[in-house]
Design a protein around this ligand. Structure first.
Ligand SMILES: Nc1ncnc2c1ncn2[C@@H]1O[C@H](COP(=O)(O)OP(=O)(O)OP(=O)(O)O)[C@@H](O)[C@H]1O
Ligand code: SF4
Ligand SMILES: [Mg+2]
Length: 325
């Protein structure tokens, strides 16, 4: 199948005066039409920066310094302003991290829906409200009550569902969700994930789900890309990642996630902390924390390689580690 989204060797740098911080460092992944691809990694691993890049919306002082982003027949980094305007929202839309706290507090939800749709070319108010009602219903909300509400009258979970409905207003092919449930309690999280699974089915939507939380990945994703220090470390199907991870960092992430597999008492955090991206270690960026590091790992950065069946791993020693386990 031809992927809907292809990200190849993407490099994004933030110029901080004292040097360039490489937030995304030759990251690669693809997303098939209709699939949910999760991008998982610790805080600062570059998830949000990667998502902004897909919209060609990296904020200054950041800039895309290399690589390629293809969406369908579009070469995203070469779209002109008008093409970009159409691409955002209509082709790909994004639920931003902590978006539920960034709604306009003095505007009713109906007006926020109308404003957004009209800014992107949908003219008739009636048409917008009809579509908004349909989407709010899909979000298991009462449309007429929600449309006349102000954001502060809604709970965090309701606001997040309104934002998801808003992001679907122009019928995008792909929805990017950046930590969509992080600020919510566990019950609300599960409810929203259930709704997202439902919506994905009904609309045949493709999703890019960014999260640090492996349990969210398990509930929604088909495949997972594991990011570390701006790089893709491993990409595989969900069952491969959870039950047969090949990369030492992925193995560490799974062991650090409580109650996913096995006993909660076995939870083991990965020792050490992510590297300073202004002064990253040479070779494999994970080597200072990796129990399997060899001198080679300190000298040469491993390439992301296909190890068969579309499974991608960036580790010099993956076969050795997995042979012994
Ligand atoms: N506007 C910015 N200016 C400078 N540095 C930035 C900016 N945005 C991100 N960075 C840096 O880029 C790196 C990646 O950040 P990013 O927000 O993409 O990570 P993340 O994986 O989304 O983290 P989190 O899980 O905390 O949301 C971090 O080191 C961060 O400090
Ligand atoms: S390349 Fe070396 S340091 Fe990096 S993950 Fe593999 S074994 Fe560990
Ligand atoms: Mg983020």
């Amino acid at each position: 199948m031809v992927p809907l989204l292809i990200i190849r060797d993407l490099v994004v740098e933030f110029d901080l005066g004292k040097g360039a911080l490489r937030a995304v460092n030759r990251a690669s992944l693809d997303v098939q039409p209709g699939e949910v691809m999760a991008v998982v990694g610790e805080s600062g691993s570059g998830k949000t920066t990667l998502a902004f890049s897909v919209l060609n919306l990296v904020p200054p002082p950041g800039r895309i310094a290399g690589g390629e982003i293809l969406f369908g027949d579009k070469d995203v980094l070469f779209l002109g302003p008008e093409e970009l305007r159409k691409y955002r929202w209509k082709e790909v839309s994004m639920v931003f991290q902590a978006a539920q706290n960034a709604m306009n507090p003095v505007m009713r939800i109906a007006d926020q829906m109308i404003d957004t749709a009209q800014a992107h070319g949908k003219a008739s108010k009636g048409e917008v409200l009809e579509k908004a009602s349909e989407l709010l219903g899909m979000m298991r909300l009462e449309p007429s009550q929600i449309l006349r509400s102000y954001p502060h009258e809604l709970s965090g979970g309701m606001r997040q569902r309104v934002i998801i409905a808003l992001s679907l207003l122009l019928g995008p092919k792909m929805l990017i969700l950046d930590e969509p449930t992080t600020a919510l309690d566990v019950v609300t999280q599960a409810y929203i994930l259930d709704i997202l699974a439902d919506v994905r089915e009904k609309l045949g939507l493709t999703m890019l789900l960014l999260t640090h939380d492996m349990s969210i990945v398990a509930k929604l994703a088909d495949r997972v890309a594991v990011m570390y220090a701006g790089r893709s470390m491993e990409v595989g199907k969900i069952e491969e990642i959870f039950y047969d991870a090949k990369h030492p960092y992925t193995i560490g992430l799974i062991k650090a996630a409580p109650s996913l597999i096995g006993d909660i008492a076995d939870k083991k955090p990965i020792p050490g902390s992510p590297p300073n991206l202004l002064n990253p270690p040479p070779g494999c960026p994970f080597h200072p924390r990796c129990a399997h590091a060899t001198p080679h790992c300190q000298e040469e950065e491993p390439e992301l390689k296909d190890i068969g069946d579309g499974r991608l791993v960036a580790c010099h020693n993956w076969w050795l580690i997995n042979r012994d386990s």
